[in-house]
Ligand binder design. Structure first.
Ligand SMILES: [Zn+2]
Length: 145
């Protein structure tokens, strides 16, 4: 039994506001299933608390809108392929959640504590997980931890 819904994986406030199609293609959907089954669901079971997904899939149409709005979205973002989710857990700070994921033993590609937008980003890339753990500071600089 999985604790995540399709609607939370494709939800974007910007997509709703500007009526943008944020439906994944079949390959992104496949990536999202891997992300859920091998990373987010096992984390959720260890945590025994709901994981709130604030952002997961971003279509190229949504990317273009975010760019036009001045958000400087990354062209290589794993959100574009359905491989990444930004998560939070009620009652945990971003640092606590970051440390929890880092020490969980659950496989991921990249785990990033994005201090500049107060978010924990986790990705899963089937067959090529780098298991890279990074902090992005308030100036947008990355460092490995
Ligand atoms: Zn992210």
């Amino acid at each position: 039994m999985l604790n995540f819904t399709m609607s939370e994986l494709i939800h974007s406030d910007t997509a709703v506001k500007y009526n943008i199609n944020n439906m994944p293609d079949i390959n992104s959907l496949d990536n999202m299933l891997y992300l859920i089954i091998f990373c987010l669901q096992p984390l959720r079971e260890l945590l025994k608390k709901p994981i709130i997904i604030t952002n997961c899939f971003r279509s190229s149409a949504l990317w273009t809108k975010l760019y036009q709005l001045g958000y400087k979205p990354s062209k290589t973002s794993q959100h574009l392929k359905g491989q990444a989710a930004d998560i939070k857990v009620n009652g945990m700070t971003q640092q606590q959640l970051f440390e929890f994921v880092k020490n969980s033993g659950i496989e991921y590609d990249q785990l990033i504590w994005e201090q500049d937008n107060n978010c924990v980003h986790v990705s899963y890339a089937k067959d090529k997980n780098r298991r890279e753990t990074l902090i992005r500071d308030t100036k947008g600089n990355y460092r490995k931890v």
